[in-house]
Design a protein around this ligand. Structure first.
Ligand SMILES: Nc1ncnc2c1ncn2[C@@H]1O[C@H](COP(=O)(O)OP(=O)(O)OP(=O)(O)O)[C@@H](O)[C@H]1O
Ligand SMILES: [Mg+2]
Length: 355
């Protein structure tokens, strides 16, 4: 049997055929792979296919969602920990890197890692040595193939100081880009048939067909959530269907809407530079002086970005600059310096608008 049969990607568009060939080629090597593409395009399927087509197929495939866990838990998830190293660490636990030994580790959403975790990962990639949380001395060498994925723009994150460029170069030996569904609409009917088959069986539904007008609308929709959105829509249609055929009228307004016939991609609201900076200040508890100030002074971010961050702070603090300063993790004696900075660079926004 040809290897291609084992790549689980549905679709026969030129993009998917090229992607399948690339996966087969890449699977034969042992190089690190970085998979990028919008949310829901199938990055995880690509990662699994690389593993199952590789010489490591009989060994473990260990996925780790780098976005789903707080930093300390992610650290122990990856590197393992020894008993008693933190509250709740009741016994020694191997990390995913260790359990994936001789197999493949899949670092999903790698763009969400904190800078400290990025540093730890980089050290591991450079040495192959594993150091458990709470272990003093004694490291173990592990042999894993590394496949990483992200829907973030890593170049942007690097420019913002949120992703290490040295780690980027380590991970990005081979770069696989998974195209959005709206750029390969020929695949839509086959995907619909595939998901219909799955959900008709699962729901013992009496659906037997999709009406031509419904099919036309589904094929013309821009699918900002890509294949995952299409899958969810099909499941919902099967569950809610009254007759034996899916009709145009069964579709949701956004799928029916005329403007989706245009081939302009509809963009999801992307996280802005200001959103990311604000998150660093409030969630990661970085100080304004380290997270925002240097980037602005080095012209990595614009005055508009700084103003947007300040606006967000003012909204949260209901117009009180003192509270904004605290929110941005500044010492109280830095309050004047903060205001001076904003004034000097024309980033001060009238607080009354937020009262
Ligand atoms: N070409 C395809 N053929 C069949 N199923 C697909 C295809 N592409 C995606 N899917 C299905 O769509 C869903 C989303 O795919 P997947 O989880 O791999 O996306 P992703 O790119 O990892 O998304 P995210 O960035 O949101 O994690 C899954 O249920 C997957 O099985
Ligand atoms: Mg994914």
């Amino acid at each position: 049997m040809r290897a291609r049969a084992r790549v689980d990607l549905i679709g026969r568009s030129a993009e998917i055929v090229a992607l399948q060939e690339e996966i087969e080629r890449v699977a034969r090597s042992d190089a690190k792979v970085l998979i990028t593409g919008e949310s829901g395009v199938g990055k995880e399927i690509v990662a699994r296919s690389i593993h199952t087509l590789s010489p490591r197929a009989a060994m473990p495939f260990a996925p780790v969602n780098c976005a789903g866990l707080p930093e300390t838990l992610l650290e122990s998830e990856l590197f393992g920990h020894v008993k008693g190293s933190f509250t709740g660490a009741y016994r020694d636990k191997p990390g995913k890197l260790e359990t994936a030994h001789t197999g493949t580790i899949f670092l999903d959403e790698v763009g969400e890692m904190t800078l400290r975790m990025q540093g730890l990962l980089l050290r591991f990639l450079e040495t192959g040595e594993l150091q458990k949380v709470g272990a003093d001395g004694g490291s173990r060498h592990v042999d894993v193939r590394v496949v990483a994925a992200t829907n973030r723009n890593l170049h942007e994150l690097i420019a913002q100081g949120q992703f290490r460029d040295d780690l980027y170069y380590r991970l990005n030996v081979i770069h696989i880009i998974v195209p959005p569904l709206r750029d390969r609409r020929e695949d839509i009917p086959e995907l619909i048939a595939h998901f219909l088959g799955r959900y008709i069986a699962a729901n013992r539904s009496s659906i037997t067909a999709v009406s031509p007008s419904a099919m036309k609308a589904l094929s013309a929709h821009s699918w900002p959530g890509n294949v995952r959105e299409l899958e969810n829509v099909i499941e919902r249609l099967v569950v809610n269907a009254k007759g034996t055929q899916i009709e145009f009228d069964d579709l949701s307004p956004d799928v029916k809407a005329q403007d989706t016939i245009s081939f302009k991609p509809r963009r999801e609201r992307r996280r802005t530079v200001a959103d990311d900076l604000y998150k660093r200040l409030t969630d990661d508890r970085e100080s304004f002086w380290t997270a925002v100030y240097p980037l602005f002074m080095e012209r990595e971010i614009t005055r508009g970005n700084v103003r947007d961050v300040v606006k967000k702070g003012l909204e949260e603090a209901r117009g009180n600059y003192k509270i904004v300063a605290r929110l941005f993790n500044m010492e109280s004696r830095d309050y004047k310096r903060f205001l001076n900075f904003l004034r000097k660079h024309d980033c001060q926004i009238p607080f009354k608008e937020y009262r």
